[in-house]
Design a protein around this ligand. Structure first.
Ligand code: GLA
Length: 727
């Protein structure tokens, strides 16, 4: 609920159990007051800093000396920091005016409170929600900024963004156009982020905040596995379950930056959005510039509480509602089973072998199109390789359908191989810069999605395959980053718009393919989880979490990914041993138990299945189906962090707390090892639960205080699972 107190000019934005408050100060600036647990709608001016700073610039035109309370913009906790006056902190926006100066001064003009957030133009965002639009305006230049704040009654996530407006008839250049400024009153936080690489996505890193700026970014024209577009500010001593944590999750899939600045008055300013490195945007008179939405979050229940807020908010308001809260297909994916070496018979044998197991979708991965027999050729030629699949795709599709299964297909539409008809016909469609050679990654180039003709080609070629075949599932891959950022069709003074225009082009393609095929489930992928971001989740209800399917590696990857993203959004496949990425041998039970902590599936050559394998698969899927509601809608409590210990533990709890599951994992088995107690969390203390593994009824309070002592089988990489059913 959004409340405006006219007398004090204070806005109170109330989420499920939080308050975000700011007011319009006597100079007309939007000044932050509070963000945290729900408070009364009290006047909060007594919390303002007392000034006392020497040599601070006054507010423009106000000849009050630097000791006067709040007289310098530098010391207002801002709702939107800008550049050119007395504020030397990280600005949210920097405008180059026609005269060449880079000054703006954004004062309150008016505001609106809308019952429902208007949909964003051309960019993914959270849906609905009561929204405050604060109109700020610079009367000298006619530059304006509309600040959007959206609150939801059932989550503590607030969606924010800024729309910059050139209300003049002159051209201005945006040198920086971030999405938000957030002010926190202290500096006693650790800066948490998720770093990674191929095969080892989303590792947690933490560093203490200090005076100066700590930032993470991407310059890759994608969000990347190197640094996920997410940060959290964790109060000192915050744990998984306690302490204050502020999250910042950017709904964007191109080059971004997120920063936290410790200011020497003890406060912290958080900001970010589109990376202003290698960015500018020309705004003609009357034009607007819409920034990506950011989902900020407050939790007083530690990092785990913040994760649960994001999981709920993204499942309810971001992820495609056609799939978000529905049971997902159980896929057999051909990649690790065949790579690109297959024919009709092989594919049909893989599908036939899983009949009756519960696997309901066969996904043909890379290698079905153009002359794609190795990764050196074919990308861009989205027509069936009939030398390989004699008679076209329909032979396999009809067979799969006759088994009662859905058929799915892999695409990598943003890419082109040099050895392809597409490249031979349109070499200029691959991103390239004048006079410069291409960098190669996996022998492929990225197509220039800033161009309408390229986008039309992609939309037409993918949509025509979907139209002419019975396809219910698509895996959309993206296996390299942009180099030689440049588009032939953009004028020189717009070249630095490239990375953002790529994102807009990508979203446009998604809208025209994904939203145009509402019954097809599109799974995201980027060589695993190298584009696992909220903007992708808007289109893809699930994303291939990592190419690394080894269960031990997956405990680390899935733990880190769950910091922001719900388990249902992570595709997790059971694969063979020795594992193709690590050569590790881990037993079937552990592989299944870890693959069940997400949207599960299979990735192996099932054509060699014995009856025993089939029976085992059937049992695994029956077990998974039993727990699927917890994956789709339950709450996650992480109990043991494999990045910090020999153990991993996830408790999944239904919203009504009537049932739960605890998965316990031990990495190394050692003789005379320590006794390890796993403490399930999130149960109702007063409820009684039957634990079938121990054939015992215990209260939630006992379980959550005394814990459980699993006996792991001898050996390494072992799991034990417990179920809790209310009695
Ligand atoms: C990427 C994906 C894999 C597979 C291959 C196919 O690496 O992450 O799952 O689809 O491409 O080339």
């Amino acid at each position: 609920m959004i409340f405006f107190d006219k007398e004090t000019k204070t806005f109170y934005l109330e989420g499920k159990s939080t308050t975000y408050a700011f007011f319009i100060n006597k100079f007309g600036y939007a000044e932050h007051l509070y963000y945290g647990s729900r408070i009364g709608r009290d006047p909060l001016f007594y919390t303002r800093g007392k000034g006392g700073r020497t040599c601070a610039a006054t507010v423009p035109g106000e000849k009050i000396d630097g000791f006067d309370e709040g007289s310098s913009y530098h010391y207002f906790p801002s709702e939107l920091a800008f550049y050119g006056n007395g504020d030397y902190r990280e600005p949210c926006v920097q405008v180059e005016n026609e005269a060449g100066d880079r000054i703006c001064d954004l004062l309150y003009d008016s505001h609106e409170i809308l019952p429902e957030k208007p949909a964003m133009k051309g960019m993914p965002s959270m849906r609905g929600g009561e929204t405050l639009v604060l109109h700020l305006y610079d009367s000298v230049t006619g530059f304006g900024a509309d600040l959007y704040y959206t609150v939801y009654p059932d989550t503590n996530v607030i969606a924010r963004r800024v729309v910059y407006k050139n209300c003049s008839d002159r051209v201005v250049k945006l040198r920086r156009a971030y999405s938000f400024t957030m002010s926190l009153p202290t500096q006693d936080y650790d800066f948490l982020s998720l770093h990674g690489a191929w095969g080892m996505e989303h590792r947690i890193q933490k560093t203490a905040l200090h005076n100066g700026v700590i930032s993470i970014d991407s310059k890759r024209t994608t969000s990347s596995a190197s640094l996920n577009p997410f940060i959290a500010l964790c109060s000192k001593g915050a744990t998984e379950e306690s302490g204050e944590v502020y999250g910042v999750s950017l709904i964007y899939s191109s080059s971004y930056v997120l920063k936290a600045e410790g200011v020497n008055d003890g406060q912290t300013l958080i900001t970010g959005g589109i990376n202003d490195f290698d960015f500018s945007w020309k705004l003609e008179g009357g034009e607007e510039f819409e920034t990506p939405e950011v989902a900020i979050c407050y939790s007083s229940e530690g990092v785990g509480g913040m994760s649960r807020e994001y999981h709920d908010a993204y499942r309810s308001y971001l992820i495609n509602p056609n799939f978000a809260k529905k049971s997902r297909p159980i896929v057999i994916n051909s990649w690790e089973g065949t790579y690109m070496d297959f024919d009709n018979e092989k594919l049909m044998a893989i599908a036939s072998a899983v009949k009756g197991t519960g696997i309901d979708t066969f996904v043909l991965d890379d290698g079905w199109f153009g002359t794609r027999n190795t990764d050196e050729a074919g990308l861009g030629d989205w027509y069936v390789n009939e030398d390989k699949l004699v008679g076209g795709l329909n032979t396999v599709i009809n067979h799969v359908n006759s088994l009662g299964m859905r058929f799915g297909l892999w695409f990598e539409p943003e890419m082109v191989n040099e050895d392809s008809d597409l490249y031979r016909n349109h070499p200029d469609w691959a991103i390239h810069a004048p006079g410069r050679a291409h960098c190669y990654t996996r022998n492929q180039f990225v197509l220039d999605l800033t161009r309408a003709d390229v986008r039309d080609y992609i939309v037409d070629s993918v949509n025509s395959v979907l139209k002419n075949h019975n396809i219910g599932y698509v895996k959309w891959d993206y296996n390299r980053n942009v180099t030689e950022s440049y588009s032939e069709l953009l004028p020189a003074d717009r070249q630095a718009e490239f990375a953002h225009r790529y994102a807009l082009g990508l979203y446009n393609i998604f809208d025209r393919i994904i939203l145009a095929n509402p019954d097809v489930l599109f799974e995201g992928c980027a060589g695993g989880g190298a584009r696992f971001d909220p903007a992708q989740l808007y289109y893809f209800p699930q994303i291939w979490t990592s190419d690394d399917s080894d269960a031990e590696e997956r405990t680390l990857i899935q733990y880190g990914t769950s910091i922001v993203y719900p388990l249902s959004s992570m595709t997790c496949h059971f694969s063979v041993v020795p594992n193709h990425q690590t050569s590790r041998i881990i037993d079937t039970k552990t592989r299944a138990d870890i693959a069940h902590l997400g949207t599960t599936g299979y990735e192996l050559d099932t054509s060699v299945f014995t009856d025993e394998d089939r029976e085992l698969t059937k049992q695994q899927i029956a077990e998974y189906k039993g727990m699927e509601p917890l994956i789709i809608e339950g709450d996650l409590y992480r109990t043991d962090n494999p990045m910090e210990s020999n153990f991993f533990g996830f408790t999944l709890v239904s919203k009504d707390k009537s049932r739960a599951e605890l998965t316990c994992y031990q990495r190394m088995g050692r003789p005379n090892a320590q006794l390890k107690r796993f403490i399930p969390k999130g149960l109702a203390p007063e409820k009684n639960y039957y634990v079938p593994e121990l054939d015992i009824i215990l209260s939630g309070s006992t379980l959550m205080n005394v814990g459980l002592l699993p006996v792991f089988e001898r050996g390494d990489f072992k799991t034990v699972k417990y179920h809790f059913e209310e009695k």
